[in-house]
Ligand binder design. Structure first.
Ligand code: ZN
Length: 236
């Protein structure tokens, strides 16, 4: 028995193929599918493996010829499955990510807003105790080896999921880029929504420069009054 990367055995692939009742997931053979996940995500994370099955089902229900957008209800793992197996990415704006920690996604027609929601159905996990314990965080990582968990996931496939047709009512459409302004303190361009200075200069910076002397512009360039005047000039 060989291990593919970190955590999917040959046996798991074999079982998975039997369980799927079809030869591909997201248009890939199961071997290719796992390899792509490992390359993109760094390892065969259970959440991405499940996520691919969710995307596969949603695409099948929606039809492959539909121009689809995605809404994902967790920041963990699932966005990577959407980015890997659909044209929707964080950067192109076709995928919205909600930080709800719900393992669910919608793929929908961007013109009609009709789509399908796919989610992990807890009631179906009663027959997959390893997946349930992992999903509900009831088990330590060292008690449940990745290869065992992934084998359970590949064997379960869609059996752990549920789907429903939906009409999308929020979080769709482009996030428009707003007005841009030059920060009077750091002299970088930023979104005017942040106020008269960029958020970093309003003490929200998550970094500090090692050599402040190299960044003269980082010194405040005037009194608050002057900065505000300069800001209002930029607005006008
Ligand atoms: Zn600034």
């Amino acid at each position: 028995m060989f291990l593919r990367g970190r955590g999917v055995s040959e046996e798991a692939i074999k079982n998975g193929k039997q369980a799927m009742g079809k030869t591909t997931v997201c248009g890939k053979s199961l071997e290719e599918y796992i390899t792509l996940i490992e390359k993109f995500h760094g390892w065969a994370a259970p959440g991405v493996v499940i996520g691919g099955f969710m995307v596969d089902w949603a695409q099948e229900l929606l039809g492959h010829d539909v121009e689809a957008d995605a809404i994902v209800e967790t920041i963990h793992c699932l966005p990577d499955a959407v980015q890997l197996f659909t044209p929707c990415t964080c950067g192109n704006g076709w995928m919205k990510i909600l930080d709800w920690d719900k393992f669910a996604l919608c793929l929908y027609d961007k013109k009609t807003l009709f789509g399908h929601r796919v989610w992990i159905d807890l009631s179906k996990l009663s027959v997959f105790p390893n997946i349930y314990n992992w999903y509900m965080r009831l088990v330590e990582k060292k008690e449940l080896p990745l290869s065992v968990l992934n084998q359970a996931i590949l064997s379960a496939g869609r059996e752990m999921l549920n789907t429903a047709p939906v009409q999308i009512t929020g979080y769709y459409g482009k996030n428009k880029k707003g007005e841009i302004r030059i920060c009077p303190v750091c002299r970088e361009a930023y979104s005017a929504k942040q106020g008269l200075q960029c958020l970093a200069c309003q003490k929200e910076a998550y970094y500090k420069y090692e050599k402040v002397t190299s960044y003269n512009f980082f010194q405040p360039i005037g009194t608050l009054q002057e900065i505000m005047e300069e800001g209002s000039k930029t607005i006008a």
